[in-house]
Design a protein around this ligand. Structure first.
Ligand SMILES: Cc1ncc(COP(=O)(O)O)c(C=O)c1O
Length: 381
């Protein structure tokens, strides 16, 4: 199975060691079958439902007071902005070096994404650049835990506090990451998680919002069901953003397995880092003190190379059956739809998007395959 949004034509997909791959077995099959046999496929209430039990388990995992399951990570971002009252005319500060959903959610609520540059070592949004981008219209900041390395959310929260801004952490890639010993979301007002099929844990499609703010917790359950506080009476804007019972059943099993998945990712990442050290001109992933990487993606930078050379390396790896992928080859501020929002030049973002490539370290990759990946890369360089 191939999971990845960039497709290279002419390279057999089936033979690839994919960049990411969901790991499922009989346990998930049993959990889904149980839901199917029960005939209860969707639930609007927490008590006794798969969704409710998944949320409870996720509250414990994320150390947040409240968790609300929704039907995607994009929905989680959208509802977080909506519940924070981000509206038309507001500005929201986001990185451009991320998956498009981070900025897309801002546009969906009618606000303007303001793109800010990254730190070239961590690839995460740079708090100093955030300070410069704040205006009277700024309402929120969305730091992203890119590739599984948490953003510097405490510094960002301090900046936000001075200006009364909301911090929504995009933790779509952050399951298992820690920042100052705490899971994503602990320094933010809200955190948004994705369970897309490529993620460290999956429900196929799905997402979660975590928060410890009671005011948000009172609105979010209604917002994901047409704004209904009482059945068939809408008291606010909402929609159908619910997670189905089958997905929640898969999510509960995957969350239980997550520690084991993370160990495998860590093992693979450490081995790959050891094997690739001392190669000139490769920047290996950096994990600063006080951070724990979730190893959603193992991303290296070919320091002195241009986009053509980087893509030649990717083609070479693909020919060798390795699903190397450039995340994110077009930063959002340069995408056709998003250009109209700013004319900004983001030098660190633009350079990174031309130089990075990610290598597979998911739990389905064996140590022998890691050695094969590193040997193939050495040969190509
Ligand atoms: C950083 C980031 N934000 C948001 C999303 C959106 O999540 P989803 O695909 O579940 O809508 C993703 C994942 O695809 C992501 O990687």
């Amino acid at each position: 199975m191939y999971i990845g949004r960039v497709h290279f034509t002419g390279v057999s997909r089936l033979k690839l060691i994919p960049i990411n791959k969901p790991l499922l077995n009989e346990e998930e099959v049993k959990a889904v079958t149980k839901v199917l046999r029960s005939g209860i496929l969707t639930s609007r209430t927490r008590s006794g439902s798969e969704v409710g039990m998944f949320e409870e388990a996720f509250e414990e995992f994320s150390k947040a007071k409240y968790a609300f399951a929704v039907n995607s990570g994009t929905t989680a971002l959208y509802l977080s902005l909506l519940v924070s009252k981000v509206n038309r005319g507001d500005e929201v500060i986001v990185p451009s070096f991320t998956f498009v959903a981070t900025a897309e959610a801002v546009v969906l609520v009618g606000a303007k994404p303001v793109f800010v540059d990254i730190n070239p070592d961590t690839y995460n949004i740079n708090p100093e650049e955030i300070k410069k981008a704040i205006t009277k219209k700024t309402k929120a900041i969305i730091p992203v835990d890119l590739f599984g390395l948490p953003a510097d959310v405490r510094s960002i929260a301090e900046i936000a506090k001075l200006r009364d801004l909301i911090v929504i952490e995009d933790a779509a890639q952050g399951h298992g990451a820690l920042y100052k010993g705490k899971p994503p979301g602990c320094f933010a007002d809200l955190a948004c998680w994705s369970f897309y099929a490529s993620k460290n844990m999956t429900t196929g499609e799905g997402g979660m919002i975590t928060t410890s703010i009671t005011e948000f917790s009172e609105k979010l359950p209604a917002m994901r069901t047409h704004g209904e506080k009482n059945e068939y009476v809408s008291s606010m804007l909402g929609g159908n953003f619910r997670m189905p019972e089958m997905e929640a059943a898969v999510g509960r099993v995957q969350l239980k397995k997550l520690p084991e998945f993370l160990k495998m990712r860590e093992r693979n990442a450490q081995r790959l880092a050891t094997k690739l050290q001392n190669i000139n001109d490769i920047q290996l992933p950096v994990t600063p003190m006080g951070y724990k990487h979730s190893w959603y993606l193992f991303t290296i930078r070919l320091r002195n190379d241009n986009v053509k050379k980087r893509d030649e390396v990717i083609y070479g790896l693909r020919r060798a059956g390795i699903g190397a992928t450039a995340y994110y080859r077009v930063p959002i501020h340069l995408m056709p739809f998003y250009r109209k929002f700013s004319k900004t030049h983001l030098p660190n973002t633009e350079l990174a998007s031309n130089q990075v490539l990610s290598l597979p370290v998911h739990p389905g990759v064996t140590i022998e395959q890691i050695d094969y990946i590193s040997n193939s890369l050495r040969r190509l360089l």
